[in-house]
Design a protein around this ligand. Structure first.
Ligand code: IFM
Length: 476
């Protein structure tokens, strides 16, 4: 039964009328027809990528190794045994790939710079050819009428710095500052939209706590200092951009998920609070001057060991915008055996809900909830959805990819973004994860998120039906 039929059936009964507020909360009154104009003329549309996931050219023109070069070559670190040495070969095919963005009638290309392409040893000598590569990317965007949006860090710290402890070493503050000084001075004349970090929780928790991502470290002894130094760099990066880039629009991005109690039961409320503090609050609240959410997540008190006088102040930065990145929701269940978190996330597959190939629940209302949640912080001025997307198994048939599930995913999630916007959330743009299929970290190339299909043997590209859908949707 579709939305209209359901409302018609329910509207005729007293019980149905009583249900109307609940249906409203569930998004049943979100506009059925999506249109570009419903989002407004100033709303920005784009795609997001990350250097290691698309570039390849892993040792081209003087690039130094990053943690991901090392990690992906380690035995059994990547489920498929693959690595990002060549990936989509964006290093050589950037002009053709950027053209796809234009063809889809989008305005924004969000990408990251690879620190070790620019500073092969992390600090010291600058690799001019590495700098030039991003000059070409930026100039190509501008020639094609696209806005380049630059993320300074998307998980690929130079291996030379990891050898000295990487994000766990407080010296990372000066290493990172040197890198941001270089890129802001090199690109600030043309790049006006900057994001400091990509999903700080993801790279510190998956890389330094769980050991599933580079650099493969585990335990709170690694995670806590890595998280604290990232928080400091998040703010300092903002200050350097402000100083060096005239008229910059400065943000940073967060992986955000609505955390909900298992079977809606109150007994899991404390667990929900702890997971919410970890997933949604840990990195934004110090930037907003609220400190770490220690009351909700006592395990974070361990950070005090790494705090130096003045750090509370140094963690703050007045961002122009916040990048919200959402894919799914999490269901939390109390379990007192689990150290620190005292609870677990209940995997979607055990809940028998619709999932993507990543095993993540398809839950469009989740993006509405996180937009409302982040917009409720008094100092959050504006929001962009800097990532949203899905992996489904794609099949090439007669030169086409009919990815109907992905198209539906975007329609449903966009309806919820519009619902939040219509309720007053200052959301000003939406960037799809991602332009083209690429190296999905520990999953390898199997999970495809792109609007453009990539044949990794031939490097042939095909715009999927989802890419064609955006082209049509965004056409003037
Ligand atoms: O591929 C990643 C990206 O690097 C960061 N956000 C989530 C995406 C999908 O897993």
């Amino acid at each position: 039964m579709n939305r209209r039929e359901l409302l018609k059936a329910l509207g005729a009964t007293t019980a149905g009328i009583a249900l109307l507020p609940q249906l409203n909360a569930m998004g049943y009154f979100a506009p059925a027809e999506l249109s570009k104009s419903a989002f407004g003329d100033d709303f920005l549309w784009g795609v997001a990528t990350a250097a290691y996931q698309i570039e390849g050219g892993h040792n081209a023109d003087g690039k130094g190794p990053s943690v991901w070069d090392t990690f992906s070559h380690g035995k059994k670190n990547i489920k498929t045994g693959e690595n990002g040495d060549v990936s989509c070969d964006f290093y050589h095919s950037y002009a053709q790939d950027i053209d796809f963005i234009r063809q889809m009638n989008m305005q924004v290309f969000r990408f990251s710079t690879a620190w070790s392409r620019i500073l092969p040893q992390g600090t010291g000598a600058v690799n001019q050819k590495g700098l030039d590569f991003y000059n070409k990317v930026i100039d190509t965007c501008l020639e094609k009428g696209l806005q380049p949006w630059l993320t300074t860090y998307h998980w690929d710290i130079p291996q030379a710095l990891q050898d000295k402890g990487g994000w766990t070493n407080r010296d990372v503050l000066s290493w990172y500052n040197e890198y941001v000084e270089v890129i802001t001075k090199a690109y600030g004349d043309r790049v006006k939209n900057w994001m400091v970090m990509n999903e700080p929780l993801a790279f510190t928790a998956i890389g330094y706590l769980l050991g599933i991502h580079a650099p493969g470290k585990t335990g709170f002894k690694n995670f806590i200092p890595a998280a604290h130094h990232t928080t400091l760099c998040q703010a300092e990066g903002g200050r350097i951009i402000r100083r060096n880039v005239k008229d910059a629009n400065i943000g940073t991005t967060f992986s955000c998920s609505s955390i909900e109690p298992f079977k809606g039961k109150d007994v899991h409320a404390k667990t929900v609070e702890r997971w919410d503090a970890m997933v949604n609050r840990l990195f934004i609240e110090p930037a907003l001057g609220m400190g770490y959410p220690m009351e909700s997540l006592p395990a974070i008190k361990k950070v005090e060991k790494y705090m130096q006088p003045g750090d509370e102040e140094k963690m703050k930065f007045d961002f122009d915008f916040i990048g919200v990145q959402n894919y799914t929701r999490e269901i939390a269940r109390a379990n007192f055996i689990i150290p620190y978190m005292k609870g677990l996330q209940v995997p979607a597959k055990r809940r028998h809900v619709e999932t993507t190939e990543m095993g993540w629940e398809v839950y469009p209302e989740g993006i509405y909830k996180v937009l409302k949640k982040f917009a409720a912080y008094p100092n959050v001025k504006k929001i962009y959805v800097t990532e949203n997307g899905c992996a489904f198994p794609d099949v090439v048939e007669n030169g086409r990819v009919h990815d109907a599930k992905r198209v539906q995913f975007f329609k449903d999630y966009l309806a919820q973004v519009l619902r939040a916007k219509n309720e007053g959330v200052n959301v000003q743009g939406y960037f799809v994860w991602t332009l083209m299929d690429n190296f999905e970290w520990a999953e390898g190339y199997k999970t495809r998120f792109g609007l453009v299909h990539v044949d990794f043997k031939t490097q042939q590209r095909i715009m999927k039906d989802s890419g064609l859908w955006f082209k049509e949707f965004l056409a003037d």
